[in-house]
Structures are given as structure tokens and as C-alpha cells.
Design a protein around this ligand. Sequence first.
Ligand code: ADP
Ligand code: MG
Length: 697
Amino acid sequence: MASFLETKIEFLKGVGPSKAKALQEELGIFTFEQLLNHFPFRYENRSKFHQIKDIVDAEQGVQIKGVITSLGLAGEPRKQRLTAQFRDETGTIELVWFKGASWMLKKLKTGLSYVIYGKPSVFNGKYSISHPEIEVITPNNEQKSTQFVPVYSTTEKLKKRYLDSKAIGKLVKEVINNPAFRVTENIDPEILQTNHIIGLKSALTWIHFPSSQTQLEQAQSRLKFNELFFIQIKIFQERVERQDKHRGVVFNKSQLVTEFYTKHKPFELTEAQKRVIKEIYADLQSGYQMNRLLQGDVGSGKTITAFICMLVAISNGYQTSIMAPTEILATQHYHGLAEFSEKLGLNTALVTGSTKKSLKIANLEALREGRLDIIVGTHALIEDKVEFKNLGLAVIDEQHRFGVAQRAKLWSKNDHYYPHVLVMTATPIPRTLAMTLYGDLEISTIDQLPQGRKPIKTTHLTDSNRLKLFGFIRKQIDEGRQIYIVYPLIEESETLAYKDLMDGYESISRAFPQTPISILHGKMKATDKEFEMKRFVDNKTKIMVATTVIEVGVNVPNATVMVIENVERFGLSQLHQLRGRVGRGGDQSYCILMSGSKVSKEARERIKCMVDTTDGFKIAEKDLELRGPGDLMGTQQSGVLDLKIANITSDAHILKLARDQAKLIIEQDPDLNQPHHLLLKQYLDTSKRHLLWSNIS
Ligand code: ADP
Ligand code: MG
């Protein structure tokens, strides 16, 4: 038998088939339970009455007690409006109804006292309120005014069926006041107690009708906890499942690491790099398949860290791959790694979209036959044609460019076991977001830059300071340094972006007639790009004018100035990435943000953030705050974060609570068989059944 809360909404008093249909279509409310889960999005304080003389042009609604002194219809027959003069002891205000005027006229009477509520606005130099809520004062309702009147989101269609916020509130009350109202608790009492959260029934009642701030907060905490906790439980359960299913190869030899470390390493590793290598090494020996996210700010030295881990796999006779999002970056990785791997006698190859066909075929054959130890490449690596003899460790650089689906595809290259996976990102994912999204990924963080790096100095200049900018560039070039000047890609209009870039290139060529300049943009052929990039890397050109193609990973230590044109068009994480292209050598580096004199408030905040800090984590938090999580992760993953009530930025503490609790529970009792996890288990079992049903129907 369906429980009370599963009752169809049309059986609620005051609903009926037509309203039920509207609720279903507009808000997805089919049952009592779904109605209860339509939480108010704010609350209005109706415990105070305003005086008419104190009214100001405010965003907020006001509640007034008074008398209607006159009523009258005005306007043409079809567009009649009703106006009423409404008076309290301090003054008079006009009330106006544009819709249902004659109906309202029948309802209202002059000389009677009413309580009204609405937003005042100025019309013809006088305050008026259109379509106020209005209720006649009776001995009953005079004390009813409360501090927290729930406000619900609704739609025009619902309003036409008289389902405005107030009416929805009434329906909710109908459910809650029903003697049969029961809520099946889904978290066991011990867990509630340790986390200081209230029962579900109280929470669902108080979220709609709190009688104090404390009740409201308690209800919110419980419901936020609920939401985050069950996500975390699922994440940890999946992790256990994956660890059971996907055994990982055990890598217990590491002779190549020792050889590299004692004979060939180009510099001392930072403490953070060493710690991360230990964390990864422990995974590789654990017998479980590793699934780890390595985050480290731009320039923190992720590449060599990953390389050392790849050496572990190779020491054990396995192949490794490293995949990068762009050809430029893949090529650079290839050249960087080839130098070391040659010394160690390893075979390395590069496969990208523009690798010559014959070479590609030869490389892929070598890979299949196990003659290659390391393959470096772009997306080309996840094509079906690419076969490994025995892939042991897959490294994916700059993860945010790759979808989760692509990651999975890479895993399944091998039928017998899953390779270990190391995902690297320089766009630090705020901890809170990482916890919600990547609960099943272990996270390692390189939180330290190699010694001797000077923090990059960042300034903001408006276009009128261009001469100053050119002067500065000249000075840096005279000192032997190199410069990047970057233009935004304009997604809506590639042509426009191209024009911006070309105009910029021309004006720079004019300002620096003697200086060799490179140009790089997305429309160029891969070989041309590589040629231009190489000229810049070899210090043959001094200025690199480019679109954001250079954004990720490119490493030219002699470049010390990053000029970003039309900075207002860039997102924060992109700006941070771009800035990370300089400050890679021992010289003081600079980032100069160029904009027009007028920029939007949000762009100003981004610019300020860039000027104020170079800490990638702070920037990521700010980005999350400004853009919201869905946008931040790209559309691919936004669905994951469809949270109803919790907010992963502002509710970080609840998230942590929920996560720690979920982790503890699943570690101790992965199948939730213990009696003190009974409610959890029952709830998860029923929700799984529901999910199945909804998949079938
Ligand atoms: P990212 O983490 O952004 O990928 P890279 O791996 O490209 O950074 O490293 C940036 C630069 O720092 C490279 O030139 C690299 O050789 C150098 N580097 C990395 N680790 C160290 C270290 N421990 N000491 C000095 N230089 C280092
Ligand atoms: Mg990198």
C-alpha cells in the first residue's frame, strides 16, 4: 500500500484534476511528498505592520493594517481597473487591480478593516500597491500574523489556476495538518544525534512553517545534510564496489625510479612533489586500481611528478600513456620526456591528429607489440585503433578538458584488469566541489612551487595606457626577455576574434618594427603552429601574439610578460592559466590585464581577484562563487550538481560533516547490514526501486 506521502496530489483537499495537472506539468509535483519537497525559496516577515507614512520605494513588501475608504472602477470596459484608497492613522495609499477588477469589487467593502501585503511602487508621484494580498481582519486572523511566511516559486500558468505562492502554502499546510501525516525517517537516530540534526518530520514541517529563526535553521541543516549525505553514501558505496571489481596490478619494483633519481634528475624535487609521489606509489602497490586526481597550481611541477610514477609502471614491465588536450602541449610533453627516457633507454612515441600516417601506423604497431614504454598524445589516443599490449598507468593532463566519458573509455582498453589512472589539473577544483563531484577520486595536491620562483606581479591597465605598456614591453625585450600577448576567442564570432587578433598583431608590428614576432591562432595548420611555437621556444621571436591556444601547459621559462587583451572577456580560471605561462624561470615576471575603461561589475571582480592573489585555490573558490558549480565544470557534468537546497560553496561545513559521516559508515558497514543502519538501508533500497521503476516507465 502506498504510504500517506505517496498519495497522488489530486486527492489533496482543494486540488482536483485540473489543478493537479497544472502542478504536475509546471512543477513536477505528482504526490504529497513532492509537494512537501517544494521548499519555500524565502520567507516574509509578517509580524510587523508598516505605517503608510514610512513607506519608501523598497524592494521589499510591506504589511499594512487599515481601512478602505473608497472603491472605484476606471478605464475602458475591457481594460477596467479597480482602485481603492486605503488609509491607516498615518496616511493614504492607493491599491490597484488590473486583472479581475469587477470580481475584486464585489469582494471588497468600504469602511471595513483589512490587512494588506505587497510591494509599493511610485506612480504619478504617489505610492501605490498593485495586486496586494488582502484579507479582512477578523478576531481570528489578527494574531495569525507570523514572522516567517513561506514564499514559493510558482508560474504564470499556475497563478491562472489560482495557485499562487499563498495557495501553495495552504496546500502544504493541508498535508501537514492531516492526522495521517507521517514521514518515514531515513537516517538512524544515532547518526542524527552525533551530527546534531533533527528528525525528518520536524524538518519537513519547519522548513515550511518555522516559528523561529532557530527552527528554520535546524530544518535547513537537516535537509541540506540529507541531500549531501546520500550523495556521499552513494559515492563511497560505488568506490567500494569499484575496488572489489577492478583489481589493480601491483607494482612493486621501482629500479628505474632509483636510476633516474640518482643519475638523471635535473633538480631537487619539492617536498610536495615527494609527498605526492609517495601517495601515488602507495596506490600502485595496493592491489586496487588507482583513480587519483593530482592537482597543483600552474608551474608546480606536475609533469615530472607524473613521469616518476610512470617509471614505476615501466619498471614492472608495463606501458604508460600521457594524454594532453592540445597538440602543442602533447608535443611539448613528448620533447620534455624524451630527453629523460632516452637516458634511461626507454622507447617513447608521439601520436596526435597530425602525425604522419606511416609514422602513426608504425607507432601503433610498436605499441601493440609492447615495444613502446611511453606513448604521448592527444585525443587521438582514445581512438579505437589504439591498442596497448599492457597499459599499466594512464596519465591525463589538464583534466578539465576531458569529459568523464572519455576517461572511462581509456580505462576499458584492457579487458582483464583496469590500468591505474592519474588525472592532472592545474585548475584547482575547490575542495568542496571536488568532494561532491569526485568523491570516488583520491586527491593529491602539490601545494608548493619550486624554489626561487618570484611571485608574478599583476596590474590592470586601461586601453588609454597603451604607450606605457609598449614602453614596458620594450624594456623587457631589451633585457632579453620574451612576451606573450593574448587575445580572447570570441565564440559567437570566430571572424571577429580573428580580426581582433590581426589588428593587434599589426599595431604591435608597427610599434616594434625591428622585433621578430610570432603569431598563433586556431585557424592555422598544426605544422604551422608548431613551427611558430618552436621559433618562440628557441628565442628566435621575442613576442608571441596569440589567441588562447597557448592557454594550457606551454612552458617557455624565458617569457616574463603576459599581456591579456580584452581581459573582461576571460573567465577567472582561464586568466589564471594564462598567467601561469610566465614566472617559470628565475626572472621577475609580470601579468598585465588590459581592458576598456568601462567593464561590468563581475568583470571588475575578476580583475581585482587576479590583481590581489596568485593562489590558484583562492581563485578557484572565487570562480565558483561568481559562476556557480554547473557552469564551472562545463555543461557535461552540470547535472551532477542539481542540488535542491544545499549550496556547496556556502554549506561547505555541512558537506564535510555529511562526507565524513558517510565515509565512516561505508568503511565500517559497506552493505549497511548492521541494525543501527537499518533506516538508511531501507531508504536506499526503496529509492533504488523507485529509480528502477522510473527507468522502466
Ligand atoms: P605544471 O605543474 O604546470 O605542469 P610543469 O610540470 O610544466 O608544471 O613544471 C614547470 C617548470 O618547473 C618546468 O620547467 C619544470 O622543469 C620545472 N620544475 C618542476 N619541478 C621542479 C623543481 N622541483 N625544482 C625546479 N624546477 C622544477
Ligand atoms: Mg602541465
